[in-house]
Design a binder for this molecule. Structure first.
Ligand code: ZN
Length: 461
């Protein structure tokens, strides 16, 4: 039972129910779980591995609730730089159709390396096209090598252009094949236990790329095994028009019709919802993955995060796929969430004088969304805070740096207000993934080289 002691952090941010912040704090870890979190003086004096975090802020690992790792291969693509969602997708589908299992593997490692270096320890990924023999197994194998926790979502597309869907027929699959592979993956990989490194999620891609029948069948299969459900929803006005025209419902009502409401469901984006639909999410316990950068990048809109929080809807943050961000930095995403919520409050007539119609989102609220909020959205009670019994998932940032000069009166807020930085330590289940600012489980330079080769081949055809 290996032990790890992290000690003398300038401040330990627990994100427990009391949101305690403990000066000169630390953690004592045994076999991947936190045995003690508190003042260094109260912790055991030594362990198998000791990290002296003097001069660092120590925070719970960030939880990314929506991503498409493979899209790191097609960032900043000229033809897709200035398009809205539907046109962006139509430009990219044929390129993604050339992906191979090796492309899935390297792009997973690239995305997870970026995430780890931004303080993320758990990521939900949504892989929904499987060309040229690609499988979700390729992603899972790559994630195991770098060592982050993943909620690997078995995505799917079955509604091609010829049946009124958006994607070309060449990238959609038969529903029988999708369901059989989904069941295989759950049986082979899904670990329901606390501390799981891999959990499987079923994730038909979006209302405009799968049939209602596949939505229903996926929900039935997921509930048979107790795995969660995820999809894109209410991302754009185009999608709303599509749902009204094809299904005769707004997106949320369509989800109700296909049995996609419940505590085991979370939606990416959920920008275009009305007050009644916010209440529907709250009543049924649906979660929301808020992706502010992607929503700005694709000019999609601004999700009503304040309304969700006020109604008690679970909200986490997602960097979204790297072709619509174009990065995988969770601290940056938390910063965008805070700033975008403030902009929305301002546009709606609030002022920063404190008389806001909606309260101004604070840095600590943004951190809450990125930790506890994300854990709740993914249905994981074992992550999101630093307290006894939780997974030893944390990160630390050295405070003596140019980015934080002049902000040391509140180092916790500095992690969100100041320029997003590359973190110094990231630990998952007691295992060091990042040490002194460098990846330790994989060779970063090698990832960059292989990834650029794969991207060049993919985009060049
Ligand atoms: Zn997405």
């Amino acid at each position: 039972m290996p032990t790890l002691l992290a000690k003398h952090a300038a401040v330990l941010v627990t994100m427990d129910d009391h949101q305690r912040e403990i000066p000169d704090g630390g953690l004592f870890v045994r076999d991947g779980f936190i045995e003690q979190a508190g003042a260094t003086a109260e912790l055991p004096g030594t362990a198998d591995e000791v990290l002296d975090l003097s001069g660092h802020v120590l925070l719970p690992g960030l939880v990314n609730t929506h991503h498409h790792f493979y899209q790191t291969l097609t960032r900043a693509l000229p033809a897709a730089q200035n398009a809205n969602l539907f046109n962006w997708l139509k430009t990219l589908y044929p390129i993604w159709a050339r992906m191979t299992p090796q492309d899935i593997h390297i792009s997973t490692q690239t995305a997870l390396a970026e995430l780890a270096l931004s303080g993320c320890t758990t990521a939900a990924d949504h892989l929904y096209l499987f060309p040229n023999g690609s499988r979700l197994d390729d992603e899972i194998a790559a994630a195991k090598e770098i060592g982050l926790r993943i909620q690997a979502s078995r995505g799917s597309m079955s509604l091609g252009e010829s049946k009124g869907g958006l994607p070309p027929d060449s990238v959609v699959d038969s529903e029988d094949k999708i369901l059989a592979d989904s069941q295989r993956l759950i049986q082979q990989y899904h670990d329901p236990k606390p501390g799981a490194l891999v959990q499987i999620v079923l994730a038909p891609c979006s209302p405009f790329s799968v049939t209602g029948d596949l939505m229903k069948q996926s929900a039935r299969l997921a509930r048979q095994y107790g795995v969660h459900l995820h999809t894109h929803l209410a991302e754009t006005q185009d999608e709303e028009a599509f749902c009204l025209q094809k299904f005769g419902h707004r997106p949320v009502a369509y989800m109700q019709e296909v049995d996609w409401v419940g505590r085991d469901v979370w939606f990416a984006h959920a920008v275009y919802v009305n007050d009644a639909e916010v209440k529907t999410f709250a009543k049924h316990g649906c979660g929301v993955a808020h992706c502010p950068t992607s929503n700005m990048r694709l000019a999609s809109g601004i999700a009503p995060i304040r309304e969700y929080m006020a109604a008690g809807v679970k909200v986490g943050l997602g960097v979204d796929g790297s072709a619509s961000n174009d990065g995988s930095h969770m601290l940056a995403e938390a910063r965008q969430a805070m700033l975008l919520a403030r902009l929305r409050a301002g546009v709606e007539g609030a002022s920063l004088s404190g008389k806001a119609a909606q309260p101004i989102m604070t840095a600590r609220e943004a951190l809450w969304l990125a930790t506890r909020g994300g854990a709740a959205v993914l249905g994981r009670a074992d992550i999101g805070s630093l307290e006894r019994g939780k997974c030893a998932d944390f990160f630390a940032i050295r405070l003596n740096r140019l980015d934080y000069t002049g902000a040391l009166h509140d180092p916790v807020a500095a992690t969100i207000f100041c320029q997003p930085v590359r973190v110094d330590y990231t630990v998952v289940g007691g295992r060091l993934i990042v040490k002194e600012g460098h990846l330790v489980t994989l060779d970063e330079a090698r990832i960059v080289e292989k990834h650029n080769q794969a991207s060049k081949r993919l985009v060049g055809g």
